[in-house]
Write a protein that binds this ligand. Structure first.
Ligand code: URA
Length: 272
């Protein structure tokens, strides 16, 4: 704290606005403090060769193997949740407040997959409870659905600090858990909310503008049949681009038609 509390507060607000809203160390680091004097017999810092930065896209082999085997060993959703809670291979779990696993009906025929928890989801430990979640609830209500009739989860179960984009490495470490979650729930349809979930699950490099509204048939390990999946714009994108709601409305109608058709044919109506 300086002699200017109002300035400190403004600086703190600016940090929050720019995404520096997570404490990464227990004690603060004063980066403005003058450097400590160099002891006379110390090796001059310039003569120590700089260490190469770790390659940020390389996947630590043991963490990837742990993720795959922990996910595969989970025989039900509760075991999968426990396996994720105990998984330390993804550094996001260290900065997140809570594991954000899923919300809704674990037997639902429709599973929605978002990107990653934001600040409010991180605090609550539930997906889609902030502004984009409220829009998602209204979108679902518009076709007669609610959290009692769908299951909602995310590609990543931990919040990336400051809502930054997750790295490819983080996505690769969390994907085995999501695939296992889908295989255990055995939904009849998926909705992929946004570019990141669509890319991770479809493997397609095509953008969300091209893929949204087009039903994909996904191969999910552990499921015998291909699973129909509908990419849609992420609700957070719709909040920033209200004009795109028109396309999302068309996608919601397409989703409703697919669900109606499934429930007309299906005898197992207690799924939704
Ligand atoms: N955005 C997401 O993708 N998921 C959430 O849970 C919240 C916001």
């Amino acid at each position: 704290m300086s002699d200017h509390p109002a300035g400190d507060l403004a600086a703190l607000r600016l940090h929050l606005e720019w995404g520096a809203d997570e404490a990464l160390q227990a004690t603060p680091l004063d980066r403005l403090r003058p450097p400590d004097p160099i002891p006379p017999n110390a090796i001059p810092p310039d003569s120590i060769p700089p260490r190469p930065a770790p390659p940020i896209t390389a996947l630590p082999a043991h963490a990837a193997a742990d993720a795959a085997s922990l996910a595969a060993a989970a025989m039900d959703v509760a075991a999968l949740r426990a396996a994720l809670a105990g998984f330390t291979g993804c550094a996001l779990s260290e900065t997140a407040t809570n594991l954000v696993f899923a919300d809704g009906n674990p037997n639902a025929a429709l599973m929605l997959i978002g990107e990653a928890p934001g600040a409010e989801e991180d605090r609550a430990g539930r997906p889609f409870v902030g502004p984009s979640g409220q829009l998602l609830d209204r979108m679902l209500a518009s076709i007669g659905l609610d959290r009692g009739s769908v299951l909602i989860t995310n590609l990543l179960p931990w919040r990336p600090p400051g809502n930054r984009n997750p790295t490819d490495q983080e996505v690769a470490l969390c994907l085995p858990f999501l695939l296992r979650h889908i295989a255990l729930v055995r939904p009849r349809h998926l909705v992929l909310l946004g570019a990141l979930a669509t890319r991770a699950l479809s493997g397609s490099g095509a953008g969300i503008r091209r893929l949204r509204g087009k039903w994909l048939a996904l191969d999910i390990p552990g499921l015998e049949a291909k699973l129909p999946a509908l990419p849609m714009f992420h609700p957070a994108y719709l909040l920033r681009n209200p004009a795109a709601k028109r396309e999302s409305w068309a996608d919601l109608l397409s989703l409703k038609r697919a669900l109606d058709e499934f429930f007309t044919k299906s005898t197992d109506k207690n799924l939704l």
